[in-house]
Design a protein. Structure first.
Length: 570
């Protein structure tokens, strides 16, 4: 029955060589698997492109927010434009408009904007509207609310452009819930908040210039106060939910919820300076400046949300790049491993001798982690066991060679090569975990005199004992001491601030000074000089900057008389 069932397959396999048989069977699995892998890689690349597009979009939005801020200030100044001709106090309207136009032109000239026809047309339309704005010449009979609403249309156009910008760069379609909620906050929820804030500043200043408050004005200001308190309450509740849901917001210092209190402060200013002051004793200029200060705090909140999103997208982009790299590397490794195993399996069918030859080639190529496995129990099997024993010995010697390459031959502590590699790794880690890293550069004082007076063997003995003393003085496993060169040593202290480095430096100076080095029945006095540098006190710190700062401090320590430590930050 089995012969009948598998007859065609057996006939096919009997007419193929072993490599052909394995190739045929493997292809049945490899082809659909490869197609699926290519499809996955294409999807990952599309996802990467989408994240890059979103990151660029939020960068443009952060730039455009400054245009919106200036437009909102221009809107508020419009309400005061009539009284300006009498009171001559407000910031020049034309200068504010020109400043806004300049920011809008700079934004419009961005290459990403120029490549999108819809954004080009929308930005040009906003530019033309702004260019046509003039100081209001309305009569005293005009209702101040109408002036504000007419000017606010320009702000509405700006928010429309911002919405189009978000849509064109795919920010609305992000699958990340935190991103979409913050985008919604920036676009839909922020505008009415700043609308109410603008009303508080412009209406309040306007009525103070008139020193008169009509019933219409009372209604306008009461409505504004109510909206400010309402906005503050809703925004605070929204932030509480967001922070409790997304811990990364709590850890980010950019988004300060204290800025939201400016909404309540604006309401209190309107109420205290105008509604409860029938004599209008407050100067309108002072009121305008006070409210502008509170609005600036609100703007800081808005800008901080944008900056958080920009950093958030950057992190997501970097994470996705790393994932794509890991995935691609993993697939490549699996392909290579499959090819290797396929080749080894084919060769196993040919002969044990050939298999042993392949194993010998692996050892010759340095692949010492791969166990040599030959299951035959004849002489070849015993030879394979001896060969595998040789492989293990080579592997152990390779580990010994690696240890030799990072160890100083004289002092038996780490050498300069190891120090350079460790410094780079630790500095990168310290940036990621936001922990300082401190470096001590140490020089044996008057070492040349020791060699001259006691001989070079005494100098070597001095180097050995100083090195061991330094090493034994380090209490944490991650602290490292290395011979930096000649009579110089380096001590690397991860997660250590300047104060901790100073304490250790003082301890090392004392221990070395009290060190009793005896050579040829002669006691050799030894002291050291130390230069200290800490990464958190060096802007944009790099390996070279940290070493340079410590080296400069070491030079100062020598100049100051040696047998001491000097910090580069004091």
């Amino acid at each position: 029955m089995l012969k009948i069932l598998f007859g065609p397959a057996l006939a096919l396999m009997n007419n193929l060589s072993y490599p052909s048989k394995l190739t045929l069977v493997s292809a049945l699995f490899a082809v659909p698997l490869s197609l699926n892998l290519f499809d996955t890689m294409r999807y990952q690349q599309q996802e990467m492109n989408a994240i890059k597009e979103k990151h660029l979009g939020i960068e443009l939005i952060n730039q455009f927010m400054y245009v919106i801020i200036e437009l909102e200030q221009l809107r508020d100044m419009t309400v005061l434009s009539r009284s300006e001709q009498r009171n001559k106090g407000i910031t020049n309207y034309t200068q504010q408009r020109d400043k806004t136009l300049k920011l809008l032109v700079e934004f419009s000239e961005h290459a990403a904007i120029q490549n999108d026809q819809l954004l080009v047309l929308t930005a040009k339309n906003l530019h033309d509207k702004l260019l046509q704005t003039r100081v209001s010449t309305g009569s005293e009979g005009d209702i101040v609310n109408n002036l504000y609403e007419n000017s606010n249309r320009l702000v509405d156009s700006a928010y429309t452009l911002q919405s189009i910008l978000m849509n064109e760069f795919g920010l609305y379609s992000d699958s990340n819930l935190l991103s979409t909620q913050l985008i919604s906050l920036l676009n839909k929820e922020i505008q009415p908040i700043f609308d109410s804030a603008g009303r508080a500043r412009s209406f309040g200043s306007y009525f103070l210039t008139l020193s008169n408050l009509t019933s219409i004005g009372i209604n306008l200001l009461e409505d504004t106060i109510h909206k400010l308190f309402s906005h503050q309450e809703r925004l605070q509740q929204r932030l509480i939910v967001l922070v409790s849901t997304y811990p990364e917001l709590k850890q980010d210092s950019l988004i300060l919820s204290e800025n939201i209190n400016s909404l309540g402060n604006l309401a209190f200013l309107v109420e205290d300076k105008i509604m409860l002051d029938p004599d209008f004793l407050t100067n309108w200029k002072d009121f305008y400046l006070e409210t502008s200060t509170e609005i600036q705090q609100l703007n800081n909140f808005r800008l901080s949300v944008g900056q958080f999103l920009e950093g958030y997208y950057l992190v997501r982009k970097q994470q996705l790049q790393q994932q794509n790299f890991s995935y691609t590397a993993g697939i490549g490794f699996l392909v290579l491993l499959f090819g290797y195993l396929f080749f080894a399996f084919v060769m196993a069918f040919r002969s044990s001798i050939h298999n042993l030859s392949i194993a010998a080639k692996h050892v010759a190529d340095g692949q010492l982690d791969e166990t040599i496995e030959i299951t035959s129990n004849d002489e070849i099997g015993r030879l394979a066991m001896l060969f595998d024993s040789m492989r293990n010995q080579l592997k152990e010697r390779e580990q010994e060679l690696i240890e030799i390459t990072i160890t100083d031959g004289l002092t038996k502590i780490r050498n300069r090569k190891y120090f350079n590699e460790t410094l780079t790794k630790n500095l990168s880690l310290s940036e990621r975990i936001d922990q300082p890293i401190s470096l001590l550069l140490i020089d044996i004082d008057f070492f040349k005199k020791i060699n001259d007076n006691y001989g070079h063997q005494a100098g070597d003995q001095c180097l050995i004992e100083v090195a061991q003393t330094l090493k034994n003085s380090l209490s944490r496993p991650n602290d490292e001491v290395a011979r930096y060169g000649g009579e110089e040593f380096a001590v690397l202290l991860p997660a250590t601030d300047l104060d901790g480095a100073k304490k250790l430096a003082q301890t090392l100076c004392s221990k070395i000074q009290n060190l009793s080095i005896v050579y040829d029945q002669q006691t050799i006095p030894v002291t050291i000089s130390i230069g200290i540098a800490s990464s958190n006190l060096i802007p944009d710190c790099t390996d070279d900057l940290l070493v340079t700062k410590a080296d400069n401090a070491l030079y100062l320590a020598k100049e100051a008389g040696r047998n001491r430590w000097v910090s580069s930050h004091d």
